[in-house]
Design a protein around this ligand. Structure first.
Ligand SMILES: Nc1ncnc2c1ncn2[C@@H]1O[C@H](COP(=O)(O)OP(=O)(O)OP(=O)(O)O)[C@@H](O)[C@H]1O
Ligand SMILES: [Mg+2]
Length: 307
């Protein structure tokens, strides 16, 4: 079984019909992004970066082509499933921060959890843990008007992180920041990506950031013209997998899980039981057990648990 991407574009196009012309904002893009990667979508203004992100995030519909998230076609999700996808599987960070102005940092961060049926007490705990993880616990009571741009962007990253999404998108997150704060935000995203193995897709036109990426996708006039860098894990896979530390998962099952796109603890924790159970050597019972165990490990690792 070939390794499965976390998100995939197949012949993805978005055209806008103008009065006399058609703008091809995206033109037959094919792209596969794997779990845990730090990807930069790079290109000049107007090349289609934000359009690609909107389609990946299910905020907009393609003219043709498809987006698959862990094998699931976004076009086949109903409205409810799509909004759940947006709320729980992806996190978004924008240039303008988009914080609710008169809420505190803590309230802004726990807001996304309000829709998930989590008690207020646990929401606050989780939000506090993420603020701490990001190093801004000291500003939890400040409203956004009392914060610098860099601080506001950290709060918005915390808000994107708090739901444990599969993918975090950041569209020009440093566009309004001075170069020092911008570097700090970039380093933070990279650290979070490395620590949690969560996929980060950063959109930028700034070549200075390219060294942060595992792979860079170069867009021009709506087309992918080049992809540089190496897919992480291609060599790592030969090493002992962290999945082998799960009870009942031997080397073969760990390899099969990786080949099926479940690369790390976070992937197992956020997978559906039935998808795990489809992997060779993983019974229904084992799928249930390892998912629970991986969730506990993630909670411990990211400090989401009750302290
Ligand atoms: N709603 C729309 N109607 C018409 N054209 C649009 C619309 N949205 C985007 N476009 C066009 O599609 C192309 C791609 O736009 P997009 O916003 O994706 O570019 P971008 O790479 O994000 O640019 P920037 O770096 O300036 O943010 C541009 O030519 C833009 O003018
Ligand atoms: Mg843009």
């Amino acid at each position: 079984m070939a390794r499965k991407p976390v998100i995939k574009a197949v012949n993805l196009s978005k055209y806008y019909q103008m009065v006399t012309t058609i703008v091809k904002a995206l033109d037959k893009v094919n792209l596969e992004i794997y779990s845990g990667e730090f990807i930069i979508i790079f290109g000049q203004s107007g090349c289609g970066k934000s359009t690609l992100m909107s389609l990946f995030a299910g905020l907009d519909k393609p003219t043709s082509g498809e987006v698959f998230v862990r094998g699931e076609n976004l076009a086949e999700l109903n409205t409810l499933q799509l909004s759940k996808y947006r709320r729980t599987k992806i996190g978004m960070v924008f240039q303008q921060y988009n914080l609710v102005p008169n809420m505190t940092s803590l309230e802004n961060v726990y807001l996304p959890l309000a829709f998930e049926g989590i008690s207020r007490r646990r929401r606050i705990k989780r939000a506090r843990n993420v603020l701490e993880l990001i190093g801004i616990a000291d500003i939890e009571r400040h409203t956004s008007s009392e914060l610098s741009g860099g601080q506001q962007q950290r709060v918005s990253i915390a808000r994107a992180w708090v739901t444990s999404p599969w993918i975090v998108f950041a569209d020009e997150p440093t566009g309004n920041l001075d170069s020092k704060s911008a570097d700090e935000v970039l380093r933070l995203l990279k650290q979070l990506n490395q620590k949690s193995k969560r996929t980060v897709i950063l959109i930028s036109h700034n070549p200075e950031y390219l060294p942060y990426a595992d792979r860079v996708v170069y867009l021009k006039d709506g087309k992918v013209i080049r992809i540089s860098g190496k897919i992480k894990g291609a060599t790592k896979r030969r090493k002992r997998s962290e999945l082998e530390s799960l009870q009942g998962v031997g080397k073969t099952a760990a390899q099969n899980l990786q080949k099926a796109g479940f690369e790390n603890m976070l992937d197992i924790a956020s997978a559906k039981e039935e998808d795990l159970a489809q992997v060779n050597g993983v019974s229904k019972k084992l799928a249930k057990l390892i998912r629970k165990e991986a969730q506990e490990i993630i909670v411990a690792r990211e400090g989401f648990g009750e302290k």
